[in-house]
Write a protein that binds this ligand. Structure first.
Ligand SMILES: NC(=O)c1ccc[n+]([C@@H]2O[C@H](COP(=O)([O-])OP(=O)(O)OC[C@H]3O[C@@H](n4cnc5c(N)ncnc54)[C@H](O)[C@@H]3O)[C@@H](O)[C@H]2O)c1
Length: 253
């Protein structure tokens, strides 16, 4: 097991990519804190993991709210004594409201930024002091291909937030390299999760997205697990400030 004895917070772990990563972290020996607003699916995951004899706990969390994040970190430390891994995964894509710049309301811009950028910042801000007490840790920020190019021209706020997450990764990697905290970013491609239901329910649109992927299929939640474990574990001890694609080759072409 590659994460034995580690304590990991996974945000947005109730469904989708975060759920797969939280479950895999637990199978790799970590005590996992499932941090999400979705209580129903978050507690269901924890029950499922506990039935398998794995260690997990649900903490209801809104990553965009400072007091909620403080409470997440405090609860984690109260129960498990420390935080070794922060997997900053929770995010929102408001397909019906994110628009080209002049059509985008300030309210939607703020909502997306508050979750996708302020959220990972707040989680890092309150987790890092605990990691410093422990002489290190690993932070993984989930970005997106839309943060690397203008491939989704209607998604102004989402794309900007995901580009900023890469900036956050790099500046924090530089700031904490001397303190043993590694900060890296995963860049998923088009993954078959609830977030993408709005494009993938339609067969023709689904086929358009599938056929654009050099490896010939959409990503599955479990595709991200191996990379997440690698970046959370000592196997990536010499890796910080990096971007790791999990996109079937999308960004290579
Ligand atoms: N699915 C993709 O194709 C894709 C591609 C690139 C990047 N990503 C990124 O990967 C991450 C996970 O995506 P997904 O497809 O699994 O998303 P999803 O919508 O399927 O799941 C997101 C989870 O985050 C939770 N969440 C939302 N807002 C929250 C908040 N304020 N506080 C706490 N939890 C909150 C939701 O309840 C949900 O459980 C996101 O950051 C997303 O932007 C996804």
């Amino acid at each position: 097991m590659r994460l034995s004895g580690r304590v990991a917070i996974v945000t947005g772990a109730a469904v989708g990519l975060g759920r797969a990563v939280a479950a895999r972290f637990a199978r790799e020996g970590a005590s996992v804190v499932v941090a999400d607003m979705n209580e129903e699916h978050g507690t269901a995951l924890v029950e499922e993991l506990r039935k398998q004899g794995l260690e997990a706990r649900f903490v209801p969390t809104d990553i965009s709210r400072e007091e909620s994040v403080q409470s997440l970190v405090d609860t984690t430390v109260t129960h498990y004594g420390r935080v070794n891994v922060l997997y900053n995964n929770a995010g929102i894509l408001l397909a019906d409201r994110d628009r080209p710049g002049h059509e985008l309301s300030l309210e939607s811009w703020d909502q997306i930024m508050n979750v996708n950028l302020r959220g990972p910042f707040l989680c890092a801000k309150y987790t890092i002091p605990r990691m410093l007490e422990d002489s290190g840790g690993a932070i993984i920020n989930v970005s997106s291909r839309t943060g690397l190019s203008g491939c989704a021209p209607a998604l102004t706020a989402y794309s900007t937030s995901k580009a900023a997450v890469i900036g956050l990764t790099r500046v924090m990697a530089a700031a904490y390299a001397g303190s043993g905290i590694r900060v890296n970013s995963i860049v998923p491609g088009t993954m078959d999760t609830p977030m993408n239901r709005y494009i993938l329910v339609d067969d023709a649109t689904r086929e358009k997205y599938r056929s654009a992927v050099p490896l010939g299929r959409l990503g599955r939640s479990e595709d991200i697990e191996g990379l997440a474990v690698f970046l959370a574990s000592d196997e990536s001890a010499f890796c910080t400030g990096g971007l790791y694609m999990c996109d079937g080759g999308l960004t290579a072409v």
